[in-house]
Design a protein around this ligand. Structure first.
Ligand code: F0G
Length: 454
């Protein structure tokens, strides 16, 4: 029996589809073997992402009704601004429609050709924004050996940052800590690491920003794992972390607990003024930034709910239990688990499939075929590098699949079903085959690629 239960009850429900095995196969073939192209109506349990998939609370649904849709200076913006200022301590608050808009605006202002952005790991959209500015995205995650249990596997490797700053400080225009480190297994970044990175940034005059898309989950994991912070509330820890940085951006489709939204929050009024010019040009007037007034209301309420200790405890316990169960079902689960997802090492599960034949995609597609479960591939399809001369892809550092947990959406019995499906797949892992890429776009190729079984 799991040692926790959902700290909410269900008020509105939505039926889920149960396509047959033949329908699933047809759907996947029509989708070019790419789960991003499979329609949601053909998915039974959708663990593709925790982004924009949250169930809103009764308080959020009622907040929608009082949304102020004024073009300029809406009351809903004032509420959003107050909540975000209170949470982060930053004075300058800009709403945007989602995280990548924030990245494009801020990184576009900070970076130019030849510059470097350093991160524990740039998420794929973050990297795309860095590269769109003509700059280079350098990932310096702490090394975590196979089987090693690092409670703060999301930390940035400060030794390598020191070396890089020593040699190329003039080119490094920002350091970004992604909290939690989504691309690196959803692991938290410790306060200790944020402080060490801050010191190095100060020594070289480089600004430090947070990609705070999962700030509340990061803060909760700190209260569980880091000495000196166990007695603080997640909200207090989040504040400690925000105070160490010059600003942040976030996709509020995650810890904003709503279905759309994002923000840029800064200390520097000059930088914020330049960001607002970009906001007006590409997103909308600075008091709505591409969102409806009702979205800002729902986000303001969501940002209050997301730091509730009961909710965060449930979230972390749920991921831990789910990870244990997937492990018992025979899947190589990355430990420790974080909050928003359980990551499985598809490379270890399918050692007979070369990275260029996409073992993570093979696991993801097998889960869909076996039970209509959709997970995300975070392997060579997403993070591999194409060879400019048409040779084989440079493989991603790891072949992962992510069983992502939408917030407040699925119950334990849904997850038990996923564990059963995963067990079926793991029992015949040696029979799975890989994929070739038949068609692909440029950056973010995973969303549109067409594949073919190898
Ligand atoms: N930063 C992080 C750490 C993210 O995880 C994401 C999105 C973004 C930025 C971009 O935000 O989607 O609102 O434009 N992650 C989603 C995911 C897509 O599935 O992990 P966005």
């Amino acid at each position: 029996v799991p040692p926790f239960m959902e700290p909410f009850r269900i008020k509105a429900v939505e039926p889920i589809p149960f396509p047959t095995a033949a329908e699933r196969r047809d759907a996947l073939v029509s989708a070019g073997w790419n789960l991003f192209r499979v329609p949601a109506r053909a998915i039974t349990i959708d663990l593709l992402t925790d982004s924009g998939t949250a169930a809103m609370s009764a308080a959020q649904w009622s907040a929608l009704m009082v949304g102020d849709e004024s073009y300029a200076g809406a009351r809903s913006f004032e509420r959003f601004e107050t909540v975000v200022r209170d949470l982060t301590g930053y004075a300058e608050i800009l709403p945007v429609h989602q995280g990548r808009a924030a990245e494009r605006i801020l990184l576009g202002l900070l970076l130019g050709p030849g510059d470097i952005s350093v991160s524990n790991t740039h998420f794929d959209s973050t990297r795309a924004a860095v590269e769109a500015a003509g700059a280079q995205a350098v990932d310096l995650p702490v090394p975590v050996g196979p089987g090693e249990l690092n409670p703060f596997g999301g930390d940035l490797d400060t030794g390598r940052l020191r070396d890089l700053l020593r040699h190329s400080a003039d080119r490094v225009k920002c350091v970004v800590l992604t909290i939690t480190n989504n691309a690196g297994g959803g692991q938290p970044v410790s306060v200790r690491n944020v402080k060490a990175v801050r010191q190095l940034c100060d020594a070289h005059g480089v600004p430090l920003f947070l990609d705070a898309s999962r700030f509340a989950e990061n803060a909760y994991l700190i209260t569980e794992r880091e000495d000196g912070y166990r007695h603080l509330t997640p909200r207090e820890v989040a504040r400690v972390v925000f105070e160490l940085a010059d600003g942040c951006w976030a996709s509020l489709k995650k810890d904003g607990m709503a279905n759309i939204g994002g923000l840029v929050a800064l200390r520097d009024a000059g930088l914020a003024a330049r960001a607002r010019e970009q906001l007006i040009a590409f997103e909308g007037f600075p008091t709505y930034g591409g969102l409806a007034g009702r979205d800002l209301e729902a986000l303001a309420q969501g940002l209050l709910e997301v730091t509730e200790p009961d909710y965060l405890r449930y979230r972390a316990e749920c991921a831990r239990w789910f990870g244990e169960q997937l492990g018992l079902a025979g899947l190589p689960v990355l430990q420790p688990t974080g909050c928003h997802a359980v990551y499985v090492d598809a490379g270890a599960m399918l050692p007979h499939i070369a990275p260029q034949q996409l073992p993570a995609t093979a696991v993801a597609n097998a889960l869909y075929l076996a039970g209509g479960v959709r997970v995300t591939e975070l392997g060579t399809l997403v993070f591999g590098r194409r060879d400019p001369d048409g040779g084989p892809d440079v493989p991603a550092p790891r072949e992962l699949v992510r069983f992502t947990l939408p917030r407040r959406v699925y119950t334990l019995s849904h997850l038990e079903y996923v564990v059963d499906v995963a067990e079926t797949v793991s029992s015949k892992a040696d029979q799975l085959t890989g994929y070739h890429i038949v068609e692909q776009g440029g950056a973010l190729r995973q969303f549109t690629a067409v594949l073919r079984p190898a």
